[in-house]
Design a protein around this ligand. Structure first.
Ligand code: SAH
Ligand code: SF4
Length: 429
């Protein structure tokens, strides 16, 4: 989501005549796209903003800007204004459309400081945004913005507002345009894609969108994230199972395997319900790659709750998982709950990562000796002569091949696996 938002900002820069540089010292414009989902993301952003102050001395015309969800938190606009006075532009998550105007205004008057953070939690969706795409054969596509779920640990609903869906016509038009431009894989983005269309009250739904997308001619792949387990219904599972282009790859964050913790998190499902959804997915799509997000150290988490999470990891068999230590976010309900000592959380996350790594290794072994269709994505910088790409179910495969294969679908025999990495040989047609 954030990568795509940065691509939109870069689209504005490109239209203003800027081009990319990998050397900060050379830059005339530095924009930080921030995230505040966990405290360490926020601290890193503030540290990085602090580190570019020195470039203002080298280049008096340098413009420094900050955007993204960190800016949208209560009081952050003022903090940035007071503690980082050399920052020229601070914009909230709803103000991206003003970035062009603000940059022009700063270029004309270098003393000007602009802080604009719109508190509206249902801002209008902006269409026809300029995008400078950076992800090779893959393109990101927002189908909706915001979130209505208010999981008790999460800051997203406070900084991104309520769910707003783009119209199905606009989503399909952008989708077709991307295919015509030659993108081979499109990832549909939303905090909970399964509730796409609910706010439109015109019968639009995620299932309907997927059905329409599957009617589009051509050879391409569709992925989506994220699915909230409470809303991933049978209809959507059936559409994925029967579609030609929608990848059999589902990111289904469970967060915790304990019913007590899930309730405290306000997730609206139980471990039994979650496992029943996994069963349905596996019954219809035995090859489906399932990934998840897991959190340890949520308030009130005891050893037995954590063991329930480990049990889920062993039962489901995720191809991979993002694992997090719970981080207090001011303004959320969980911030007021009794906290788990950090040492306990650290111990749990190590055990969790170990358990998931063992599972990943086990699953990777099952790929050996088999042939998979791979969409070639990139060269491997560290291994000259090699390229990499993904299987339909989301696994990264490295093999000997030339860069002209990028963007094409090829068959690869998996020879070897090493934890999450698969190594194969290209099968010549
Ligand atoms: N909308 C997505 C998730 C967006 S945030 C969903 O509901 O699945 C991505 C992940 O960050 C979450 O799934 C959660 O595991 C993690 N996360 C969110 N808030 C967090 C917090 N306060 N501390 C630690 N991890 C958090
Ligand atoms: Fe955060 Fe929950 Fe919304 Fe995901 S569904 S963005 S975790 S509040």
């Amino acid at each position: 989501m954030n990568i795509h938002e940065s691509e939109k900002a870069a689209g504005i820069f490109e239209s203003l005549g800027y081009s990319e540089t990998s050397d900060e010292k050379e830059a005339d414009l530095i924009l930080f796209n921030t995230c505040c989902i966990r405290d360490n993301a926020e601290q890193r952003a503030l540290g990085n903003i602090g580190a570019v102050k020195k470039y203002k001395k080298i280049n008096k015309n340098l413009i420094i800007a900050v955007m993204g969800c960190m800016t949208q938190q209560d009081g952050m606009g003022n903090t940035l204004r007071e503690k980082y006075p050399y920052v020229d532009i601070v914009i909230g998550t709803n103000n991206l459309d003003k970035l062009e105007e603000f940059i022009i205004s700063c270029r004309n008057n270098h003393k000007k400081k602009i802080v604009e953070i719109d508190p509206n939690d249902r801002p209008e969706i902006k269409e026809n945004e300029k995008v400078y795409r950076t992800s090779g054969t893959n393109a990101w596509l927002n189908i909706m913005y915001g979130c209505n779920n208010f999981c008790t640990y999460c800051i997203v609903p406070y900084v991104r507002g309520r769910e707003r869906s783009r119209s199905i016509e606009n989503v399909l038009a952008e989708f077709k345009d991307l295919i015509n431009q030659g993108y081979k894989e499109i990832t549909l983005l939303g905090q909970n894609v399964n509730s796409y269309g609910n706010d439109l009250n015109d019968g639009t739904s995620f299932a309907k969108l997927l059905k329409e997308i599957d009617k589009i001619e051509g050879k391409f792949r569709v992925r989506f994230m994220t699915s909230h387990p409470k809303d991933l219904n049978d209809e959507v599972i059936d559409i994925i199972a029967n579609s030609k282009n929608i990848c059999k790859n589902i990111h289904l964050p469970i967060q915790s395997g304990s019913n007590k913790i899930l309730k405290l998190m306000n997730r609206h499902y139980t471990r039994e319900y979650y496992l029943s959804v996994i069963e349905k997915i596996k019954a219809k799509m035995p090859e489906c790659g399932i990934t998840t997000d897991l959190m340890v150290g949520f308030p009130y988490e005891e050893e037995e709750d954590f063991l329930d999470t480990l049990d889920i990891v062993n039962k489901v068999g995720y191809s991979s998982a993002f694992t997090f230590i719970y981080s207090i976010r001011k303004g959320t309900k969980a911030a007021l709950m009794p906290q788990v000592p950090y040492k306990v959380s650290q111990d749990r996350i190590m055990r969790l990562i170990k358990a998931q790594n063992e599972k990943t290794k086990e699953i990777s072994h099952l790929f050996e000796g088999r042939v998979f269709e791979v969409l070639v994505e990139d060269i491997v910088e560290k291994k000259p002569g090699y390229v990499c790409g993904r299987t339909d179910n989301g696994r990264l495969v490295t093999f000997l091949g030339s860069s002209d294969l990028i963007g094409s679908f090829v068959n690869v025999k998996i020879e070897k696996s090493q934890s999450a990495s698969l190594y194969g040989t290209l099968i010549k047609e």
